[in-house]
Design a protein around this ligand. Structure first.
Ligand code: NAD
Ligand code: GLY
Length: 372
């Protein structure tokens, strides 16, 4: 790990996303759900709506609202749980609720939950009365290391993942690491996919560290998880600060996502978790990188081993043929005109965007990739 992996993180630490007048802090530590003062200091006005889902509400909604200072007008909205609800209809429920209580442009939306809630609430905030403030309180590992940072918001379309959306930055990200204690282990593994991604694309030392500590991470060792979250957020913040709207380097954060989004859309949103689809997709990207002669067979095998050690799939769904992948990959947002652009591994710890993959090599890669 290139950033001081040996030091024990303080109870709470703060990173920053440097985006000029839209810069914001990321606070990381246990107990932030119960610290309303951190949230209150970033509100636009007195009107606050906390949006969550029924699963997360049971654990954290009352705690979060109880911690808010007196004098605020606090409303709550509990949506149904699940990726299948990450739709325009789901976001419309947020707008309906805001209008029903007469909230105006000084309102702040708070996203309490995983990436589904965060993406929907962020998009609702981006559009409501042409844009209101929002705050991310991510409660899954995946949302703590990835989706709550960087301002990508949006919803799925039946034909493609995250096809409708906006860039809209939160005012603060409050990562309560203690919320991971209630997260199911399958969801923890899904989050580890995005953590492994940072090692593969940007930081070989971090990948070494993850390999060594995988058992402890899966065993919910709080200190190890805090370090993994800190390093992941630091890498993401650095990349987003360079390229907020993905004109260049930010595309590298999509390693495995072109294949993975195809799996999610084809299998029906929610059948494969986002992190699971990304994990299989990263291995497909590594496989293609090997076929192009960029990484050795042992590097490909190393990628397979770490994904497997995280409890993630190393095969694609047996239902999906080559054309099932290609049809959905053609809709990917990274594509320019009709050229398919893929994030591949130029080397371990170093990703690149490639738009000249020979069609027959890509088809061979997909066809020969193991199925489950
Ligand atoms: P999710 O939001 O569906 O949460 C996973 C499950 O965990 C849900 O059932 C949720 O209710 C439950 N949960 C959440 N916190 C919990 C807790 N502390 N204890 C117990 N259960 C808890 O899924 P996710 O993996 O967090 O996010 C996936 C979504 O994020 C996808 O839609 C993906 O496209 C999106 N995403 C967005 C970005 C971005 O940059 N905006 C990046 C990566 C992923
Ligand atoms: N998760 C990819 C990005 O934020 O760009």
């Amino acid at each position: 790990m290139s950033q001081d992996a040996s030091s024990v993180p303080a109870a709470m630490l703060t990173l920053g996303v440097a985006l000029g007048d839209r810069s914001y802090p990321i606070h990381i530590g246990p107990g932030l759900v119960d610290d309303g003062s951190k949230l209150a200091s970033h509100l636009a006005g007195r009107q606050v709506m906390v949006v969550t889902n029924d699963t997360v509400a049971e654990h954290y909604l009352a705690r979060l609202t109880a911690s808010l200072p007196q004098g605020l007008i606090v409303e709550t909205l509990v949506l149904p749980d699940g990726e299948a609800h990450k739709s325009l209809e789901g976001v419309a429920k947020i707008w309906d609720a805001l209008l029903a209580v007469g909230f105006n442009r000084s309102a702040t939306l708070v996203a309490l939950g995983g990436g589904v809630i965060g993406d929907m609430v962020g998009f609702a905030a981006a559009c409501y009365q042409r844009g209101i403030a929002f705050i991310q309180v991510p409660t899954t590992l995946l949302s703590q290391v990835d989706s709550s940072v960087g301002g990508k918001t949006g919803v799925n379309h039946p034909l493609g993942k995250n096809m409708i959306g906006a860039f809209w930055q939160p005012r603060v990200v409050l990562i309560d690491t203690a919320t991971l204690a209630t997260l199911p282990s399958r969801e923890l593994s899904a989050g580890l996919a995005e953590v492994i991604k940072y090692g593969l694309i940007h930081d070989l030392g971090f990948l070494d560290w993850l390999e060594a500590e995988m058992a402890g991470l899966r065993g919910l060792d709080a200190e190890l998880l805090a370090r993994a979250i800190e390093r992941s957020c630091a890498i993401k913040a650095e990349i987003v600060a360079q390229d907020e709207t993905e004109q260049g380097v930010r595309a590298l954060l999509n390693l495995g996502h072109t294949f993975g989004h195809a799996i999610e859309a084809y299998m029906g949103y929610g059948a494969w978790l986002h992190g699971e689809a990304v994990a299989a997709g990263m291995l497909m990207a590594a496989d293609l990188s090997h076929r192009l002669g960029w990484i050795e067979a042992d590097a490909l095998e190393r990628t397979r081993r770490i994904i497997q050690a995280a409890g993630l799939p190393v095969a694609a769904p047996k239902e999906m043929g080559v054309e099932d992948f290609l049809a959905r990959m053609r809709l990917d947002k990274k594509n320019l005109d009709s050229r398919l652009r893929l994030v591949l591994l130029a080397d371990m710890g170093n990703a690149c965007v490639h738009d000249e993959t020979p069609r027959d090599l890509l088809e061979e890669c997909i066809a020969q990739f193991p199925r489950c």
